[in-house]
Design a protein around this ligand. Structure first.
Ligand code: CA
Length: 250
């Protein structure tokens, strides 16, 4: 059974979330502080499949909770609830490691759709890697069904890890999804708008800087010189282009 952790101190909202998520067949646990959520996740990191995290909490706020979780190697897919009219909070949430967000007040049907989306993308991430033929370019040789290698780097999509020589960087689900999307379109420019639609499932007019934020983080891991990226290149006025083997494909 899919287990959902809801971190929300407003009783009415927490009850509504529980009721509706349980009606969807999910098992729900509600915590009213970030500290309590961190504690339960530390004692059992695999306890939940997905988390709904409110930004406004007593004590630690949602951003700090998210950052501490990701810093501690806890990568449960997370939907963050931010206040409407605070677009900077969305970027802050993504920067802290959130996978998706909704602004309050939100429609419960949309929240459930977003949660399904997070769970689906996690499955898609694993499943699509089992179809080895979809992996390009042909010049690379994936050693396992869940690993994409390029040069002296490799991405393990099952374990959500990026390896650069002897260094290992844990990836959030969304970082892995972004990287996966770029890899699947290797050599071709992909627009920010398309990435928002196809990776995040966002069709509204979202600030595309959220993507740039992910790219900056991925470049820090992958590129020798993040200021002069060879793998994740900027396509001026469009978006980005992934090049697996710079000398060859670039
Ligand atoms: Ca709250």
């Amino acid at each position: 059974m899919t287990k959902v952790l809801v971190v929300e101190d407003e009783q009415h909202l927490a009850d509504g979330l529980r009721f509706n998520l349980e009606a969807e067949g999910y098992q729900v646990q509600v915590m009213d502080t970030g500290e309590a959520a961190l504690e339960i996740l530390k004692s059992d990191p695999a306890a939940f499949d997905v988390m709904v995290l409110d930004v406004m909490l007593p004590g630690m706020d949602g951003f700090s909770v998210m950052a501490e979780m990701r810093g501690g190697g806890q990568f449960v897919p997370t939907l963050m609830l931010t206040a409407r009219g605070h677009p900077a909070d969305v970027l802050k949430g993504f920067a802290a490691g959130a996978d998706d967000y909704l602004t309050k007040p939100f429609d419960l049907a949309i929240l459930i759709a977003r949660i399904r989306g997070l769970l689906r993308r996690r499955e898609w991430l694993t499943a699509s890697l089992n179809a080895e033929s979809t992996l390009s370019p042909a010049s690379t040789t994936p050693t396992g069904q869940d690993v994409f290698k390029f040069g002296d780097k490799s991405v393990d999509f099952d374990r959500l890890e990026l390896r650069v020589r002897d260094q290992v960087f844990p990836l959030t689900l969304m970082e892995a999804n972004v990287l996966r999307y770029l890899i699947l379109h290797e050599g071709k420019p992909v627009s920010r708008k398309r990435m928002l639609e196809e990776v995040w499932n966002l069709h509204e007019d979202t600030d595309t800087r959220a993507i740039d934020n992910f790219i900056v983080r991925l470049r820090r891991y992958i590129e020798e010189d993040a200021a002069h990226p060879l793998h994740v290149r900027t396509v001026r006025g469009v978006g980005y282009r992934f090049v697996a083997i710079p000398g060859k494909a670039g």
